[in-house]
Design a protein. Sequence first.
Lengths: 297, 233
Amino acid sequence: MKVFRIIGRSFRDAFKSIGRNFSLSFASIMCTTITLILVAVAIICAANIENVTKKVEDELNIVVYLKKGVTEEQIGNIKSELNVEGNIEKFTFKSKDEWKIEMGDYSDTFGTVLNYLEENPLLDSFIVKVRDIKVLNETAEHIKKISGVDTVKYGEGMVETVIKAFDIVEKVVIVVVVALILVTAFLISNTIRLTIFSRRNEIEIMRLVGASNSFINLPFIIEGFVIGVIGSIIPICITIYGYVILFSQVGGDLFTKMIVLIEPYNFVFYVSLILLAIGSIVGMLGSLKAVRKYLKI
Amino acid sequence: MSLIELKNVNKTYKNGVTALADMSVEINKGEFVFVIGLTASGKSTFIKMLYREEKPTSGTVMVGGLNVGKIRNRKVYKLRRKIGIVFQDFKLLPKLNVYENVAFALECVGMKEKDIRPKVLDALERVGLKDKVRSFPNELSGGEQQRVCIARAIVNEPKLLICDEPTGNLDPETSKEIMNVIESINKDLKTTIIMATHDKDIVNRMKKRVLVIDHGVLTGDYAKGRYKAHESI
């Protein structure tokens, strides 16, 4: 019961304080809003980049063509060599006959031509899926050295460069988001510090008559929380409406078929939750930091 | 049994000033003790140490079984709930009326509104301010404000009442009234009282135990009525 009484009182004090220092609270709220909008954009970009990278990575295989006329034994050898190679997630054997059928399905001309030939001119192969795309090159080189391997094909150069670039972009985005969050925390902490300054006598007396620190903290923490929550309303609206509209405008693909946007539903709600969490937690931490100083009497 | 026990307490401030040097003293439950000394004698440091506004540099300060120097900042409230403090400058909240100022001390410890009311009215009656419950601090005289401060200090029924020059801002007549209130608290509620003061008339008239601090050293500990101040202190 005592806890509820204290929490109730804290909420009352928090709203009173926001109202009393409205211009300052408003500045903090706006600041949170702007930061969170940027954070939202950053999160959406990062998530989409991640999504595209994953898709590309999923589709990226190394095709290992075997020399003409390899024996079953040699194929077995290659298999065990591939098993030892660390960077391989899985691999499947695809015989030349399977290739022939697939190519026949792909184009009638091919099928007809291949059928005219007495011997299947295609090569047996392994389709290899790698674990880490960044060292794709080296893995391919390794595989090439296995005896019985004729050629190794993969999306040479281009794809890796794109993926590496995405990787860098993602890291930059994370750094920017963290920096923005710190700035917001600092600003909220400053605002609360000013509202606390006008109440420092009260805090001093509270300390002297035996109020516990959490009892003194609570109204200020709630104030920071409320500022954070109010500040995240507009960014959340922008995220939900903005992303849904963007998605429907571009029809899911951005510029090319390769860049596919994430489906908006549920995704926008997750982002909103993240924004709300960031706003409220940063608000609370900011005010906690500000009030700390006055609790040393 | 001693309520307060200081053992070889030293206090040196960060700027190198030694405020207290090797002070040892015991104060029992129910005692009324004056602490006198010139400005900057270490008297205030001694008082502040009792409610842990200051920590001793070395030595131990025990108040009501708590080692004051060892209490963590977050746990200080446990000590402060056992003691009441009366300040020279009253430290009342200007936006709250008399009742609210006193009730504030109980709200801070999370007491129920219906339990707060009788206690506050009791405390205000004891200090003789029952007819001014709705007044605000700026409508009161200095003596009345100090009574509010005393009421706030005793409303929690503390074992120890610390008075840091409570009459410092008051005229002699009002001081006398305030001292009567404080003495009645000592007599009726058996509250231990430690009072720092400059006022030699009060000390001479009340005939209580007196601790004299000079340059951070306890130079005298006079039993009841043995001390007679001649010059200004």
